[in-house]
Design a protein around this ligand. Structure first.
Ligand SMILES: CC(C)(COP(=O)(O)OP(=O)(O)OC[C@H]1O[C@@H](n2cnc3c(N)ncnc32)[C@H](O)[C@@H]1OP(=O)(O)O)[C@@H](O)C(=O)NCCC(=O)NCCS
Length: 237
């Protein structure tokens, strides 16, 4: 767990009810982060719920990205100052990162989720290569249920963008899979680029996401990063 003197600490922000500390992810955060994201996504992220993913299946997926998260220094975690409990995380990678080893061994239930999000990425990239150090991919954003609705997701995104900007990245990309996350990212300046419809989507001829058609569909959004956004109240020199 990160302590106050830790050089990975980014900022401490008062959310209604309690103070929250934001830090760069470290290897020692792995267990708590995988558990938090596994629970948040399998309970509340519509495609993960529709695909029937269990917390342990989702955790297996998250665990594959933990070594890279520790190496790249782009992932942000939020903790309640009073208890030290992790209350949110935003797993982020360099968009040029190769898929981690073992991704092909995950539950087949992941395949429709990978497919619909992969379609967004393919259309967005339209065959263009992504170069290391150019773009950050804000990948898995989760907030523990007792801490929901306090602005923690907004602050995780803001800290992540400031950190990526300080590290020299010039673009941020995300695939927002539900109306709440789409609202969060738009509020942070992201712009819609590519959409798919859960209602229209078919995987092997099956309407896999028909039950979540009311969520519209996933949207790939991006935001250009400017050097002047890397500091502000939250940035370190
Ligand atoms: C999405 C998630 C990260 C949001 O976390 P949070 O800390 O509660 O979010 P915040 O409090 O920062 O902001 C939520 C915003 O969404 C708004 N919102 C809530 N429900 C909404 C809905 N159905 N449609 C649109 N906006 C909604 C809130 O009003 C708030 O906006 P405001 O600040 O303008 O009032 C959290 O619900 C979660 O972990 N969900 C499960 C995992 C997931 O879906 N991750 C995103 C996948 S891309």
């Amino acid at each position: 767990m990160a302590d106050d003197a830790d050089s990975n600490a980014l900022d401490q922000v008062a959310s209604p009810g309690q103070d929250i500390k934001y830090s760069l992810y470290q290897a020692s955060d792995a267990t708590e982060m995988t558990s938090l994201l596994g629970e948040a996504f399998t309970q509340f992220d519509p495609p993960a719920v529709a695909a029937g993913l269990t917390p342990s299946e989702f955790e297996e997926f998250v665990r594959l990205f933990c070594p890279q998260a520790a190496n790249q220094g782009l992932t942000i975690v939020a903790r309640a100052v009073e208890t030290g409990e992790m209350c949110g995380a935003l797993l982020t990678e360099d968009s040029a990162s190769a898929p981690p080893d073992g991704i092909d061994l995950l539950s087949a239930k992941c395949n429709p989720v990978f497919d619909i999000l992969g379609q967004l990425d393919e259309e967005y990239r339209s065959g263009q290569a992504v170069h290391p150090g150019a773009s950050i991919h804000l990948f898995l954003l989760g907030v523990a249920q007792p801490f929901a609705g306090k602005g923690i997701a907004q602050q995780l995104v803001s800290e992540c963008l400031a950190n990526g900007t300080r590290k020299g990245f010039s673009m941020a990309v995300t695939e927002a899979t539900n109306k709440t996350s789409q609202h969060v990212f738009r509020k942070q300046g992201f712009v819609d680029r590519v959409r798919r419809s859960y209602g229209d989507y078919r995987f092997d001829g099956q309407a896999t996401f028909a039950s979540i058609a009311d969520q519209g569909g996933p949207i790939l959004m991006d935001k250009r990063l400017h050097r002047s956004d890397g500091g502000g109240d939250l940035g370190r020199s």
